[in-house]
Design a protein around this ligand. Structure first.
Ligand SMILES: C[S@@+](CC[C@H](N)C(=O)[O-])C[C@H]1O[C@@H](n2cnc3c(N)ncnc32)[C@H](O)[C@@H]1O
Length: 281
């Protein structure tokens, strides 16, 4: 991981610094985990959670692209079998009214769709236009990721009011008395409140000038996870993340008053997660 010493002056990235090794001490996953961010394997976490205990599971697994995650490399020949295995365990851990979100690259999206349909009711595929990608000479630059949304059954939490979107009005229709129809005049302009869609174009990948940014190579934006947790969980609910990375879901869960349980294979990423969590009062 890069560190604070090599940081450019305006770089606001949150690095691990001297002293953090004693301030933030990652602990191994306990036998009976309840809440917290631990070092451990996703399969162990999902095996140890009591059956039916989880209202919402957010999973941002490795995409099998060979990325270097410090103490583990994102490449396995049994990716499909391994994904099926942790999805089975995830299904077991979820409440009958539970929901699951799984992030995916386009390459793994077909596999994910099939495996999710075999175990859950697939509700949607969100496309996130992440606005950052590597150019290619003989291919289209990839600027998107998928986020699959599925539920255990027909009843599930969806707080649509918490994620309504404010959009500028293009056609400002008025009623016969001249009052605005379905829109409002504000100091910043004319806006309409509308339902959130499955194409997310307003969230960029965290980068160096953002205080939420860390040296983790595949960090999700807090606002992306916030949208998911706000829509699909209630205050006090337990959020589980089996691939915690730099701790984005743990931070957002704390900000939104949810409880949190997650694991990550790399102890240095768990240390980062603990540092991020400590900054929220
Ligand atoms: C795509 S990243 C998650 C990023 C995270 N959402 C964030 O915002 O920082 C996937 C993470 O899974 C971790 N990982 C890989 N295999 C794992 C396993 N078997 N159990 C737990 N974590 C694992 C990797 O070390 C990596 O940090």
């Amino acid at each position: 991981m890069k560190d604070a010493a090599t940081r450019a002056p305006r770089n606001r990235t949150l690095f691990l610094e001297p002293g953090d090794d004693v301030r933030f001490v990652p602990e191994p996953l306990p036998e009976h985990p309840r809440e917290g961010a631990y070092v451990g394997d996703a399969l162990d976490l999902l095996t140890r959670i009591p059956e039916g205990a989880v209202p919402l599971l957010f999973a941002d697994p490795p995409y099998n692209k060979g990325k270097d995650f410090g103490n583990n490399r994102d490449r396995r020949s049994d990716y499909a079998e391994w994904t099926a295995r942790w999805l089975d365990l995830a299904r077991r851990s979820l409440a009958p009214t539970g929901s699951i979100y799984v992030c995916s690259s386009w390459e793994q999206s077909g596999l994910l769709h099939r495996l999710l349909e075999e175990r859950f009711v697939v509700r949607n595929r969100i496309t996130w236009k992440r606005d950052k990608g590597r150019g290619a000479r003989a291919n289209w630059k990839n600027l998107m990721e998928d986020i699959w949304f599925a539920t255990v059954g027909p009843r599930y939490v969806f707080n649509v009011e918490a994620v309504m979107v404010r959009k500028p009005v293009i056609a400002p229709y008025r009623r016969s008395d001249g009052s605005p129809k379905d829109w409002a005049e504000t100091a910043e302009g004319r806006f309409r409140r509308t339902h959130p869609s499955n194409v997310w174009t307003d969230l960029c990948v965290p980068f160096w000038s953002m205080p939420e940014n860390t040296p983790h190579p595949a960090q999700k934006p807090e606002r992306l996870v916030e949208r998911i947790l706000a829509a699909s969980s209630n205050p006090g609910d337990l959020i589980v993340d089996p691939f915690l990375g730099s701790g984005t879901s743990a931070v957002v869960a704390r900000k939104l008053g949810r409880r949190f349980l997650g694991v990550e294979l790399n102890p240095e990423y768990v240390r980062l997660a603990l540092k991020r969590m400590a900054r929220i009062s």
